[in-house]
Write a protein that binds this ligand. Structure first.
Ligand code: HPA
Length: 238
């Protein structure tokens, strides 16, 4: 396939940086571009899945929405890696905490994504439940977190296909039997695409709700709290 792709209308590969930050919400991508970037070029409007490239402190980076769930991030990340020569994708999203020691707004750096999803099996025959994040990207994030004095918690998270589970308490199984500290819905497909494309991916998450403590945040509160995670990820500009 060539560019533009069915889901990204950008006709010039050079308009997309080597590193793309991917929040789920395209309006969060817009927020990042408006708040942090200069010399911004918008490279995608298709389905309102906005993508922008700009300069962060004089260095280049892109940011684009992924949508919710593995099929959605699966499409966008595959096209970015394979048709736009993107090297690194850093998902910056929200998660639900499975353990009592995770507090609202804590920032998690994902080491491994565990999933029962068939995404990787269907995509490329990968038949296991765990895919690792890029160790190289994670080492850089650890360095950035020390430099910016932003604490991060590292661990295995669950990537789920289902937000509304009919058995609320089922999360305890993923925590107690599979060692997952939190849940989100995209990283497993992103990591699968990075692996099959010979590229790098990782995921930073901010705790937006806790299944264990039965706490949640409003969408307004989230916007502000997510800045720590955004600032960490923006250090990848080059
Ligand atoms: N479940 C799945 N994905 C999520 C959650 C959740 O509770 N919170 C934020 N993303």
């Amino acid at each position: 396939m060539s560019i533009p792709t069915p889901h990204i209308e950008c006709k010039d590969k050079n308009l997309i940086a080597k590193t793309v930050l991917m929040p789920g919400d395209p309006l969060r991508a817009k927020f990042i571009a408006d708040t942090y970037l200069t010399d911004v070029v918008k490279f995608n409007n298709v389905r309102n899945m906005f993508g922008y490239t700009g300069n962060y402190k004089g260095k280049r980076i892109s940011v684009m929405g992924s949508g919710m769930g593995m099929p959605s991030i699966g499409i966008y990340s595959y096209e970015l890696y394979n048709f736009y020569d993107v090297e690194n994708i850093i998902r910056i999203g929200s998660c639900g905490a499975y353990t009592a020691d995770l507090k609202l707004y804590d920032v998690i750096l994902v080491d491994e994504s565990w999933s029962e999803s068939s995404y990787a099996k269907v995509q490329n025959g990968y038949d296991e439940n765990i895919i690792e994040a890029s160790k190289e990207l994670n080492e850089q994030i650890v360095k950035f977190s020390k430099e910016l004095d932003i604490p991060i918690i590292r661990g295995r998270i669950r990537s789920s296909d289902v937000f509304y589970n009919s058995n609320f308490d089922s999360y305890k199984k993923y925590r107690d039997e599979h060692g997952c500290i939190a849940v989100e819905m995209e990283s497993f497909a992103l990591f699968a695409n990075a692996k099959v494309s010979g590229k790098k991916a990782t995921c930073l998450l901010t705790v937006s709700d806790s299944l264990e403590l039965k706490q949640e945040t409003t969408s307004e509160e989230r916007q502000n709290a997510f800045t720590k995670m955004m600032e960490l990820a923006l250090q990848f500009a080059e």
